[in-house]
Design a protein around this ligand. Structure first.
Ligand code: FEO
Ligand code: CA
Ligand code: CA
Ligand code: CA
Length: 583
């Protein structure tokens, strides 16, 4: 088979082989090193990391959080910057000294809460090199956790469904949780996206009945995945039913102002937010593309009412509070051509498209609080777990990873043109074209790649599209980003058994795609049982940061540096010749 022929001018490196090593592997001519790991001291007077889980909740509040995910680099000058980094969740067996998979005390819960949220990390260049290091102390370094105060803005702020005994205003929430991926605004703020927020809520009340709305958001009150509600009443849905409604939002953080309070923007809708792909339309309006990561959920788009003010950034803060939320419908090609079609964006506006009191929506805020219900009401397409969206800077076309869906083809989840594969264990990347106008309500779409495994399946739909080869095979595309040159960086969060359906795919990995030719080449492989996720660059694209998340979640890793307990870490990648990453 043809191996890594230099066909695409965008892909300037030799592909790496699949790996099952407990280490980071990067393309020849590149260097990878750890920038910061879970538990590293971040702010003044922080305790040193205890590799056996002995740090307290108070220690963790001053240390780098766990399970680093989406992140954005904010330059200060050529030699200084700030990276805002999500800390999505924790691996309890490594976080707690007792090594168990559940919190067993309020102290455990507080430590877990302190390891969640966002870490703001100042960095400085090392000499004249492309290498950077954490700057400490720095006035920018801070932790935002599951207990940090934040405000609520937009149409649902103050709504009765957001009011609690502790906050009758419905406008002051404590904390952000399950911060998955991210976005960056044109005015220099960071967007962090709350994903699987319901897993923190539960109750010991045996007769508690979940509402249809809670069920639609996946709440399993009797068997919550994370045991916070047993020790912290705020997460007990029987005692504080509205607290659940205060999560599942996109939160804006100003990384340059350590005093600025984070803001939850309700106009962007409430669902299991993956990331926020921000772009400015030709007519000046702000557009945010968003995925809701659960099997059969939807893709959304937000369009601001007003235009971005490039002169006075202070005028832009309402752009995320006043606008229209849309949801996507993907339809088949009129001539029946597979893997392409047409689509439309349907407005989720109170009083329109059946979003009326007769159908259970009492006011505009309820359409946003229960955006999933509204999306179903208007006939949105059920997708194969929409994860990251990235916009090609050269032609404005958004790409979205549909990571996998092993329920596709079952009852209630029939195949459709955009999600064409039953028992879809490999996933696909879909892209759409709005004719150069990001505010358009119509689009065409096609499948950029249908992932697959030509080793396990030389033929058939599980082989994948022709741009999948025995040399680049992978499953479950998740993280996604374009660089300035137009390279599409694809990060995976999939099965790493390296057997059967997944033979020859090795550990989770990062690949680069040429959006025009479709060629895809493997650039990096992570250590054992990690996910690679989160990607950002310095403005010159000569330094890349990428996250190794939950290495050794299967108990099989000592990453990094032979650590007694494995640690999620931010990895810095540079080129030995100092050139542009991937070029
Ligand atoms: Fe946090 Fe859908 O990944
Ligand atoms: Ca993800
Ligand atoms: Ca994923
Ligand atoms: Ca993850």
């Amino acid at each position: 088979h043809a191996e890594n022929l230099p066909t695409s001018p965008l892909l300037g490196f030799k592909g790496v082989k699949a790996s099952i090593a407990d280490d980071v592997v990067v393309a020849q001519g590149y260097k990878s090193e750890v920038l910061i790991s879970w538990g590293d001291p971040l702010v003044d007077s922080a305790s040193a990391f205890d590799p056996n889980g002995g740090n307290s909740a108070a220690d963790q509040e001053k240390q780098f959080g766990d399970n680093n995910d989406g992140m954005s680099f904010f330059p200060i000058d050529d030699n200084h910057g700030v990276i805002a980094i999500n800390n999505e969740y924790v691996n309890e067996q490594y976080l707690f000294s007792h090594g168990g998979s559940k919190a067993t005390s309020l102290e455990d819960v507080r430590k877990s809460q302190a390891a969640h949220g966002v870490s703001i990390v100042a960095v400085k260049r090392i000499g004249e090199s492309q290498r950077w290091q954490v700057e400490r102390p720095s006035r920018y370094n801070r932790r935002i956790t599951a207990n940090s105060e934040m405000q609520v803005s937009g149409p649902a702020a103050g709504h009765p469904l957001l009011q609690t005994a502790a906050d009758p205003s419905g406008r002051k929430v404590l904390g952000t949780i399950n911060n998955c991926a991210n976005g960056k605004t044109p005015w220099g703020t960071y967007l962090t996206c709350e994903e699987n927020f319901e897993t923190y809520f539960g109750t010991q009340h045996a007769d508690y009945k979940t509402t249809p709305e809670q069920q639609r958001y996946g709440l399993n009150a009797r068997e919550p995945e994370r045991n916070w509600s047993t020790f912290d009443d705020r997460f007990d849905v029987a005692k504080n039913p509205n607290e659940l409604n205060r999560f599942g939002w996109i939160v804006e953080i100003d990384p340059m102002n350590p005093q600025a309070m984070p803001v939850k923007h309700t106009a962007l809708g409430r669902f299991k937010h993956e990331n926020a792909a921000v772009t400015v339309a030709k007519n000046g309006r702000l557009v945010v593309y968003m995925g809701d990561d659960e099997r059969g959920e939807h893709i959304y788009k937000y369009v601001s009412k007003n235009k971005v003010d490039p002169i006075n950034p202070a005028n832009n803060h309402n752009l995320l509070d006043e606008g229209t939320l849309y949801v996507a419908q993907f339809n088949a090609d009129v001539n029946g051509v597979p893997l392409r079609g047409t689509g439309r964006w349907i407005a989720l506006e109170f009083g329109k498209n059946g979003l009326t009191p007769e159908n259970g929506f009492r006011d505009p805020a309820e359409v946003l609080i229960f955006a999933r219900k509204a999306a179903s009401q208007v006939g949105a397409t059920k997708m194969d777990r929409p994860e990251w969206i990235a916009v090609n800077p050269h032609d404005g076309r958004p790409y979205c990873t549909l990571t996998n869906n092993n329920k596709r083809g079952e009852a209630g989840m029939p195949m459709n043109a955009a999600n064409p594969r039953p028992n879809n264990i490999y996933g696909q990347i879909i892209r759409w074209d709005e004719g150069g106008d990001a505010t358009a309500e119509q689009f065409t779409w096609d499948i950029y790649l249908l992932a697959g495994n030509p080793i396990a399946y030389p033929e058939g739909i599980n082989r994948g599209t022709p741009n999948i080869t025995v040399d680049n095979t992978f499953n479950s595309p998740d993280g996604l980003a374009f660089d300035a040159a137009g390279r599409l960086w694809i990060l995976t969060d999939g099965k790493y058994s390296n057997e059967g359906d997944y033979q020859g795919q090795g550990n989770n990995q990062m690949l680069v795609g040429d959006p025009n030719s479709g060629e895809i080449r493997r650039f990096m492989v992570g250590p054992k049982s990690c996910e690679l996720t989160g990607i950002t660059f310095t403005p010159d694209y000569k330094t890349m940061f990428v996250n190794v998340q939950h290495p050794g979640e299967e108990g099989d890793s000592h990453f990094p540096s032979n650590s007694p307990r494995p640690r999620s870490s931010v990895i810095m990648i540079t080129r030995e010749d100092g050139g542009i990453i991937g070029g």
